[in-house]
Design a binder for this molecule. Structure first.
Ligand SMILES: C[S@@+](CC[C@H](N)C(=O)[O-])C[C@H]1O[C@@H](n2cnc3c(N)ncnc32)[C@H](O)[C@@H]1O
Length: 243
């Protein structure tokens, strides 16, 4: 084989390995592209950190206990932590869903995912799948989820309508979505509750409950996702305005 042929073969092999490694970051086929959806008609906060607050302070405020109770998270369930960051919820949900359950720990930041993979490995959490998503598409396996949580991250989603739409096929019938965020404007790393509700309803989600988490100064909103065929057409969606 000539040197140039050998070089071309090596380049092809490297490209193939790179592509297959990248493809393995995602656990499911892509949904619809971001361009098919309206952009949010309000500011989107920058991604600044993989953790919302000091873990001990959050434990003291009892936020996970309330989320687990209201979503009815039990052994054997599969739960997606969307925007898992450094894994505050991942390490708390893993023992609750147990060996027959699964936690899909999803994020869009490769550096954060690397740190999270190490944390999961060091703790020996065998029921956790750490997985990369895209800002408009969490790329989670179809029909896999009993629940999804989005904690202190909704205001950072650059394409909320697309993400919520592309998330729907991942749910099992009867699944629930729990969203925790602060009572602040999106530019200030919170989401006004009426804006959240409007954006979710635009994609066909229905709010089931809304509670103030007094100790943490945030709120927990629970939604039922629409069936796949019950989603509005992306080109018919109208972006909600922040008041
Ligand atoms: C403030 S951190 C919160 C992390 C974790 N949920 C917690 O409560 O500690 C926000 C996380 O959301 C992630 N994020 C932002 N936009 C996202 C998107 N469209 N899809 C998935 N994760 C996203 C960020 O990379 C970051 O890890």
């Amino acid at each position: 084989m000539s040197t140039s042929l050998r070089t071309a073969a090596a380049v092809c092999l490297i490209a193939a390995f790179t592509l297959s490694a990248a493809a393995q970051d995602f656990t499911a086929q892509p949904g619809l592209p971001a361009a098919a959806f309206p952009k949010p008609d309000r500011p989107v906060a920058d991604i600044v950190s993989p953790l919302w607050d000091d873990e001990k302070a959050r434990d003291d405020a009892g936020e996970p206990r309330e989320l687990v109770r209201q979503l009815g998270i039990k052994p054997g369930m599969a739960v997606a932590d969307i925007g898992a960051g450094s894994g505050y919820y991942v390490v708390r949900l893993s023992p609750i869903v147990g060996p027959k359950g699964r936690v899909f720990a999803e994020d869009v930041m490769p550096d954060y995912l690397q740190g999270l993979r190490k944390r999961v490995r060091d703790l020996g959490l065998r029921n956790v799948t750490v997985t990369q998503g895209e800002p408009h598409d969490p790329r989670l396996p179809a029909g896999s989820l009993d629940a999804a949580i989005l904690v202190h991250m909704y205001h950072e989603i650059t394409q909320p309508y697309a993400l919520l739409y592309n998330l729907v096929p991942a749910f099992k019938p009867g699944a629930r979505v729990g969203i925790i965020d602060a009572f602040r404007q999106t530019a200030e790393h919170g989401t006004p509750p009426e804006l959240l509700r409007c954006e979710l309803e635009a994609v066909g989600y229905r709010q089931i409950s809304f509670d103030r988490l007094t100790a943490s100064g945030a709120y927990l909103a629970i939604f039922a996702p629409p069936p796949i065929a019950g989603r509005p057409r992306p080109d018919a969606m109208v972006a909600c305005k922040a008041r």
